[in-house]
Design a protein around this ligand. Sequence first.
Ligand SMILES: NC(=O)c1ccc[n+]([C@@H]2O[C@H](COP(=O)([O-])OP(=O)(O)OC[C@H]3O[C@@H](n4cnc5c(N)ncnc54)[C@H](OP(=O)(O)O)[C@@H]3O)[C@@H](O)[C@H]2O)c1
Length: 284
Amino acid sequence: MSFVVTGATGKLGRHVVEQLLAKVPADRVTVVVRDAARAAEWAARGARVAVADYNAPESFDGVFAAGDRVLLISGNEFDKGRVQQHKVVIDAARSAGVALLAYTSAPGSLTAALADDHRGTEEALLASGVPYTLLRNGWYHENYTENLAPVLEHDAVVAAAGEGRVSSAARADYAAAAVAVLTGEGHENATYELGGDEAWSFAEYAAELSRQTGREIAYTPVAPEALTGILTGAGVPGPLAGILAGVDAAIAKGELVVDSGDLSRLTGRPTTPLADAIAAALKG
Ligand SMILES: NC(=O)c1ccc[n+]([C@@H]2O[C@H](COP(=O)([O-])OP(=O)(O)OC[C@H]3O[C@@H](n4cnc5c(N)ncnc54)[C@H](OP(=O)(O)O)[C@@H]3O)[C@@H](O)[C@H]2O)c1
């Protein structure tokens, strides 16, 4: 039996693989990647590297084996039909007879367009009959803290989230939950709503940035249409800018507040505070 991680060379995947390797022998870990060169270090440590692409069903032949516990990390090719891509993995996992297929989804409360692919994938997974775990990941701290340059340039946090709050957590926290599910027992056919212990508002985020930088950084709320314009002006492709503005509108409605406690319960520790992620990002 292997622990198999798709999207392993992505930002979340790298956390998952490192945490898995800290917990189980490397020869029980399979990383599924598009570019084997980017997984060379894991291969050297004894992990199996499988090269496969969600767009190429045949590339998944032989990747999974009966009894495997698999983490399907959702793809990021928004224009390529992600539900169909994820079905490729689900079909391969079903044919092989895997013991568990965990999927990184989005909060059940999220109605923004971004969630459509996740709901579609969840339906396909449930219909497949494969034992599943839905890891409905909330927002990452890093969505904000990895994009501080314009904030620090203008001393302004610009968002279309009104006074909405977000229960974000660090990628490392979501990775720890995924590893807990893969390596633990009793997670078959469970759905976890995952988010940080503390929800924060954009005004609070700006205040924390001000505290840590010693500068006056203000929250400037804008309308979703205005945010779309700002993002496209900064070079973000139109469709993606619309999706991001839609997420802010969802935040304004409270759709990214997750108060289930599932994340800290699965990992056995409190989630990483936003302030810690800001401090790490400012240190560079
Ligand atoms: N919760 C949140 O806040 C949030 C934010 C952004 C995204 N997400 C979702 O969570 C996922 C993981 O987050 P992340 O930060 O790790 O994103 P990421 O760094 O963009 O990673 C995406 C991963 O998907 C893989 N992938 C994309 N298309 C693929 C294909 N056709 N075949 C095989 N693999 C493919 C990529 O492979 P390569 O390494 O080869 O490029 C990469 O490993 C994202 O893809 C997205 O669905 C969640």
